[in-house]
Design a protein around this ligand. Structure first.
Ligand SMILES: [Zn+2]
Length: 207
């Protein structure tokens, strides 16, 4: 009987130990995670610190996404509709701006997701160069979408010619801060793209 009582006490004791260790771990995790309020009001120093963290911390493990074997055929011509004036501009597959015009819908969708992650910073797209009415006299080479970031301190950073990948880097930066999600659900370290990330955030002069 006494042995059973002692065993019972031991089991309870071990259980308590495990429980408190878990609680400590959770507390530590909560401390490390960037809270959404922090992201919402990230100052320039905090952004620079987070960029440094990507440089100094070892890159998280890669997770390769599913391979897509069947590529959907892209149409010969695609129609870009300007959100400002409703003007339709047709791009043929031969046009250098075909990719930019074709990717703009995904770009807009991702930008909404990005905005939810970092509310204190304003993100917008300038698509006027894709529209033949807004920009009647520019060549295909210059028909690019620009990303405009407005920070809480009033700084504005513009990057011409952004892709959906660029927005994914930023989404990774404002979520776990060390990796980003690829279009096929893989996970790659931001360390691999850190020069581009700095450029997008306005922390590196373009060469
Ligand atoms: Zn337009």
């Amino acid at each position: 009987m006494i042995i059973i009582q002692i065993l019972f006490i031991i089991v309870v004791f071990v259980g308590l130990l495990v429980f408190s260790a878990k609680a400590e771990e959770q507390k530590a995790q909560a401390k490390n995670a960037v809270s959404s309020e922090q992201v919402q009001s990230m100052s320039r120093e905090e952004i620079q610190r987070a960029l440094k963290r990507i440089e100094t911390k070892s890159a998280p493990a890669q997770k390769m996404g599913a391979m897509c074997y069947e590529m959907a055929a892209s149409p010969e011509n695609l129609e870009y509709v300007c959100p400002l004036d409703g003007e339709k501009t047709v791009y043929s597959r031969k046009s250098k701006a075909y990719g930019q015009a074709g990717g703009v819908v995904e770009l807009r969708r991702l930008l909404n997701d990005l905005q939810v992650l970092a509310k204190g910073i304003s993100f917008s797209l300038d698509e006027r160069k894709l529209c033949s009415k807004c920009s009647p006299s520019i060549g295909d080479d210059d028909r690019k979408v620009s990303l405009i970031i407005k920070y809480g301190d009033g700084r504005i950073v513009q990057t011409d010619g952004v892709s959906s990948e660029d927005i994914r880097y930023l989404m990774g930066f404002f979520s776990d801060g060390l990796s980003y999600k690829t279009s096929n659900d893989g996970q790659l370290p931001l360390k691999q793209v850190d020069a581009r990330l700095k450029e997008l955030l306005g922390e590196k002069r373009r060469s």
